[in-house]
Design a protein around this ligand. Structure first.
Ligand SMILES: [Zn+2]
Length: 291
């Protein structure tokens, strides 16, 4: 793929664990790469690194909404592009009023998508660039920036571990497939509302979310199941945020939220506050899975 940057760049933060808040502990997994212009000069245009479709975009964050302590709209202005192979290219922190593409728009590699900025949780103008595989798991973008090497196949993806039980909805016959998506062959079907243990989640065709069965038989569309008993989340529990979760303020949940574990700092009714340093918006305990 071509570079997302219109000029030579340097990396200011790699795809790795890091000490974002200066606590002395590398406790923040940076699932993208931060790039700045090598010459330090702005503005710096950003390009679509590959052909694709704009699948998500935000352009209403003002340049004044910036800084490491920002806890809302942390990604700032962003553009997500889905390639025809199903990879998602994510550009964050774009300058206010610079986003040059619209939701659903087809873009070509090299097309202008916006200008580097510092909106959201950012300590200075840079591009946070992510590549997500077809299961929407992040991969290290570094080897692919401006290099004509193929992206890794989905078989090398890192699973997103979860552990919870669901029951197949009454009256539903649910197909078990060999992969996450209706494009994968059917292995068997499930009837009579069995309880299933799910150990991995993934995006996939034909359903909002797919779950991998602990017994190894395959994957099921979780849309046709109901979770059995909410997790016993307590203060101090280590949890993950379920895919598709919504915060109480009704906002979306940034993709990076799903890739890590959190400690529950406080509980009020069914509202759980996770590591207050990173996530200030409470989640419903039903949206959390114990790890
Ligand atoms: Zn970053």
């Amino acid at each position: 793929m071509i570079s997302p940057m219109s000029k030579a760049y340097k990396v200011t933060s790699a795809y790795s664990w890091r000490d974002l808040y200066g606590s002395g502990v590398k406790d923040d997994f940076h699932n993208g790469i931060d790039l700045v212009p090598q010459d330090g000069k702005h503005p710096c245009d950003l390009f679509a690194a590959d052909d694709g479709t704009v699948t998500d975009v935000r352009s209403n964050v003002p340049d004044s909404h910036t800084g490491l302590k920002v806890t809302t709209m942390v990604t700032g202005n962003y553009v997500n592009i889905r390639t025809k192979e199903g990879y998602t290219l994510i550009y964050r922190h774009l300058k206010a009023n610079s986003v040059a593409v619209k939701l659903g728009q087809q873009v070509k590699a090299g097309e202008l998508i916006g200008v580097m900025g510092s909106t959201g949780q950012s300590s200075g103008a840079h591009l946070h660039y992510e590549i997500r595989n077809p299961q929407y798991q992040s991969i290290n973008p570094a080897p692919y920036i401006g290099n004509d090497v193929p992206l890794p196949g989905s078989s090398v993806s890192t699973p997103l571990p979860v552990h919870y039980d669901v029951r197949v909805n009454a009256g539903t016959t649910l197909n078990v497939r060999s992969g996450a998506g209706t494009g994968f062959p059917k292995v068997t079907e499930l009837k009579n509302s069995p309880t299933l243990t799910i150990v991995e989640e993934s995006d996939g065709a034909g359903a909002k979310l797919w779950g991998k069965l602990a017994d190894g038989r395959g994957w099921v569309a979780l849309d046709y199941t109901t979770r059995v008993a909410a997790a016993q989340v307590r203060v101090g529990s280590r949890v993950r945020v379920n895919r598709g979760a919504k915060t109480y303020t009704g906002g979306g949940v940034a993709a990076w939220v799903y890739d890590r574990t959190y400690t529950v700092d406080s509980l009020t009714g069914d509202r759980a506050v996770l590591d207050s340093r990173g996530l200030c918006t409470p989640f419903n305990v039903k949206e959390l899975a114990l790890v």
